[in-house]
Design a protein around this ligand. Structure first.
Ligand code: 2HA
Ligand code: ZN
Length: 267
């Protein structure tokens, strides 16, 4: 079977990045079984031949109407597919979908009829918002980092910006590379439109949001940037819990030191 990636180096390069990040998620222990999902807006890498491709699936409802997505193309990890398999064979464990003109449904166009992630409503709602914001963000990721998810089991950490300030104070890089901090979405049913809507609400202020007792979502210009933000936050969480495991409460950098960083890096 001919792959949509053949003779499309820019599109193939985006899918390569997705596969690379999928491997990291597995290696980090953030992606048990089919846990987590990745979607990338690949519309800019799609030519007339792709636009003319017939659908290879029925038309599925998104569950919500997303006006900015009309005619857009997305690469999506498949539902029930393993992240570790996406790493090795991305086009067998994910697919390219086209959003229909009603902005409320989609069809699969390539390579195989692999149904997209169960969190498609949240992912597409994030992409709709990213287009509306006009910052050129193209990637969304959801994964289950052990340390960050564990922290959401403490009600004190669910108060606005408590976790953000704690994680910023563990190592200066976290403030520098995740300058908006970490939003919190109270527990919602996985895959639900309510979860999608709450996620969009939190993204007004943050590029990374925690889903209480479930996982984390991040958006960015590409999948590497989205992944890196989760990675720096998880590093901070690791430092916090390593200090706790050594039997003491970490002091954290002071507010003064953080303010100095904010000025120096123009955050
Ligand atoms: O795709 O992580 O939240 C599996 C999940 C659902
Ligand atoms: Zn999940």
């Amino acid at each position: 079977m001919k792959s949509i990636l053949e003779n499309r180096p820019a599109l193939a390069a985006e899918i390569d990045k997705v596969a690379e990040v999928a491997g990291y998620l597995w290696q980090k222990g953030w992606a048990e079984r089919n846990g987590g999902n990745i979607t990338v807006n690949v519309t800019e890498h799609v030519d007339d031949a792709v636009r003319a491709l017939p659908a290879i699936s029925e038309r599925y409802p998104i569950g919500t109407v997303l006006p900015h997505l009309k005619g857009c193309f997305f690469f999506c990890k498949g539902t029930n597919r393993r992240m570790r398999d996406l790493a090795r064979r991305p086009m067998e464990n994910g697919s390219v979908i086209r959003i229909a003109d009603d902005c409320a449904s989609y069809e699969i166009v390539a390579d195989a009829p692999v149904k997209p992630t169960s969190e498609l409503a949240s992912h597409l709602a994030m992409h709709n918002k990213m287009i509306a914001d006009g910052k050129g963000y193209k990637a969304a990721i959801h994964t289950h980092p052990i340390d960050l998810v564990a922290m959401t089991h403490n009600p004190a950490f669910l108060e606005k910006d408590v976790l953000t300030n704690l994680l910023w104070s563990m190592i200066p890089e976290t403030r520098a590379f995740c300058p908006k901090g970490l939003g919190i979405v109270p527990y919602k049913m996985p895959s639900s439109v309510e979860l999608a809507e709450a996620t969009i609400g939190a993204l007004q202020e943050y590029d990374v949001v925690m889903w209480e007792k479930h996982g984390v979502c991040a958006v960015g210009p590409d999948i590497f940037e989205a992944f890196d933000q989760i990675d720096v936050l998880s590093k901070s969480a690791q430092i916090y819990l390593t200090a706790k495991a050594m039997g003491f409460e970490p002091t954290g950098t002071t507010q003064e030191q953080m303010d100095e960083l904010k000025r120096a890096f123009d955050l």
